[in-house]
Ligand binder design. Structure first.
Ligand SMILES: Cc1ncc(COP(=O)(O)O)c(C=O)c1O
Length: 405
């Protein structure tokens, strides 16, 4: 395909490993935009200037929209006063205080930059606190924490081969269990409960409703065996509810991690929880030069206010429902063996046939609708954007069914 964006991407393979620092952003199909240059609201633009309605939302973090004036101005205002400092900036404690008010388990808060890094911090805290070694994972918890064979290499994607670069001695300390497999969890705890420092659970988006019973069940199990419960709210936080799945299903983990969504795309992660646990981070030596970087904190400050003022969560549920029930209706109407399952704020595309999935996605890309395994919406998706996107999705399905280009 003659396309300057693809040319740049292919050339980049000579100096940028894999063509992107984020595996899930590497384009696979020629219909995809190989290179993006800007975004506005719910739309992004490729190198040729083509406009797409975007349902990837930067893989989740853009919950309000690209290039939003309210958030931009908070970042710019802070930029004029400096980015990082040699002592804590006042924003660090201000945002921490706000977070303790909106996240149920957050007695204390600390900041890092990425989700995986914050999960690694919680794992270290859990091992130190319990003086135990083993960790149970459920779902994808960031590349830094992919220690177990047969684990998850990207959200929703099971690793097809044993994970590479991990000594077996380390891998042996990590166990991967499935969401809502009540029996297996009970059995593993019965056999190894005294060795388990903590469990790290990311929700399974397509079966997320099962969390209602599963998460309180794990809460009881971990309490019974003296293990810590760590909830990965990287996707669910600021989407399912501001306070994530713990708020939605009303349970209290010992620690939790939030990242995507808390700063509308600025690089920030939060690990939070019981005060004695988060306070111990200092003595353990968990620390990062950029932990209190102020542009992201200023963005997060503005994001929290924006969420409260505009009831963003309610809106995400409504607009997500409109979009994804619309796509599900089209699947039914045109007899596509697929369904978006789970909550409308982060549903998962479940296709019977992976080839049909690829074809569907390619047609949608071609018609300028960007999709991902998880269907993300943001506050900038308005009714007219959804109507336009659904028309384009219908056109894509028709093309897929009649084999036209
Ligand atoms: C549920 C979940 N946990 C952890 C991570 C890792 O976050 P990061 O890529 O910021 O390290 C991701 C990223 O996709 C995620 O979706």
């Amino acid at each position: 395909m003659k396309n300057k964006g693809w040319e740049i991407f292919k050339n980049s393979l000579n100096y940028l490993g894999g063509g992107s620092s984020t595996n899930s952003k590497i384009p696979n199909f020629e219909e995809e935009p190989a290179i993006l240059i800007k975004g506005k609201g719910c739309r992004v633009y490729d190198f040729e200037g083509n406009e797409y309605i975007d349902f990837r939302c930067a893989l989740g973090p853009v919950t309000l929209g690209y290039n939003l004036p309210e958030i931009n101005s908070a970042i710019i205002k802070q930029l004029e006063n400096g980015v990082v400092f040699s002592y804590p900036h006042v924003l660090e404690s201000e945002v921490a205080k706000k977070i303790t008010e909106i996240i149920p388990c957050a007695e204390r808060v600390r900041f890092l930059k990425t989700g995986g890094e914050a999960i690694a911090a919680c794992i270290k805290i859990a091992r130190n606190y319990t003086k135990r070694k083993k960790i149970i994972h459920c779902g994808y918890n960031g590349w830094l924490n992919c220690f177990d064979t047969g684990g998850i290499s990207a959200p929703g994607i099971l690793s097809s081969s044993p994970l590479k670069g991990i000594p077996p001695e380390i891998s042996a300390l990590h166990i991967n269990l499935q969401w809502a497999d009540f029996e297996k969890w009970e059995r593993v705890f019965k056999e190894q409960g005294e060795e388990i420092a903590g469990v790290v659970i990311a929700s399974d988006y397509k079966d997320i409703e099962k969390g209602k019973e599963f998460l309180p069940f794990i809460r009881d199990l971990t309490k019974k065996y003296g293990s810590l419960m760590i909830i990965d709210e990287i996707v669910t936080g600021f989407r399912v509810a501001i306070g994530g799945i713990q708020e939605y299903f009303n349970f209290l983990p010992d620690m939790a991690v939030f990242s995507k969504g808390i700063a509308n795309g600025m690089p920030l992660s939060i690990y939070c929880g019981r005060k004695e646990l988060i306070d111990s981070a200092k003595e353990i030596g968990i620390s990062s030069t950029f932990g209190g970087e102020t542009l992201s904190l200023a963005a997060s400050n503005a994001v929290v206010e924006f969420y409260k003022k505009n009831n963003v969560i309610k809106y995400l549920w409504e607009i997500g429902q409109k979009m994804w029930s619309g796509v599900n209706n089209l699947f039914k109407q045109y007899e596509v063996e697929a369904e978006l399952k789970g909550f409308p704020v982060c549903p998962f595309f479940d296709f019977k046939n992976p080839e049909e999935r690829n074809l569907f996605f390619r047609k949608c890309f071609k018609n300028r609708v960007i999709l991902y395994n998880v269907g993300y919406v943001c506050y900038s998706h308005k009714e007219k954007d959804i109507n336009e996107a659904l028309e384009k999705v219908e056109k894509s399905i028709k093309e897929m069914k009649n084999g036209s280009n």
